[in-house]
Unconditional design. Structure first.
Length: 164
């Protein structure tokens, strides 16, 4: 089974003066189908309204099993309609980093991810990250989607103001 090795960081802000131009910008809508097996995640993702993927992830932390598969847009939209937990974000790919800025109600959250060749690969945070803390083992996009869906805009925005 293919492995995904990545580290994730919650970034308070990005230094716009030092931030390089992105190599790619992607608008992403993703949702999570509920499974009885809490160790597995089944994610539907639509990128730029043109490409869609279904991925099953197993485990948590820095190294997880991941089975991605391309998906037709019509089926992806049908599956997305069945997802209880959803989120929207913009992903900027910059120097090997995937920088996700979330749309309302998660506006203000920035998650930076970096895929690694091995668990032991050294990682240096770029100077354009301000106050980044590692959340590899503690915060997933599924958890963020659940927050966005269950708390509602007003409550979540109040929580984010206090935390960020």
């Amino acid at each position: 089974m293919p492995k995904e090795i990545e580290r994730r960081f919650l970034v308070k802000s990005l230094d716009q003066g030092l931030l390089p131009a992105p190599e790619r910008v992607i608008q992403i809508e993703q949702g999570y189908l509920e499974l009885r097996d809490i160790k597995r995640t089944l994610r539907v993702r639509i990128c730029d309204g043109q490409e869609a993927y279904l991925a099953m992830k197993l485990g948590k932390g820095i190294e997880r099993d991941e089975i991605p598969s391309p998906l037709g847009l019509e089926l992806a939209r049908l599956l997305m309609s069945l997802c209880k937990y959803k989120l929207k974000k913009e992903r900027r790919v910059i120097q090997g980093w995937e920088i996700d800025t979330f749309k309302p109600p998660l506006e203000g959250i920035i998650i930076a991810e970096r895929e690694l060749a091995s668990r032991d690969e050294k990682l240096v945070l770029p100077p354009w990250f301000k106050d980044a803390i590692e959340v590899t083992d503690t915060l997933t996009n599924r958890q963020l989607a659940r927050l966005a869906s269950e708390l509602g805009d007003a409550v979540l925005q109040e929580v984010l103001k206090r935390v960020l």
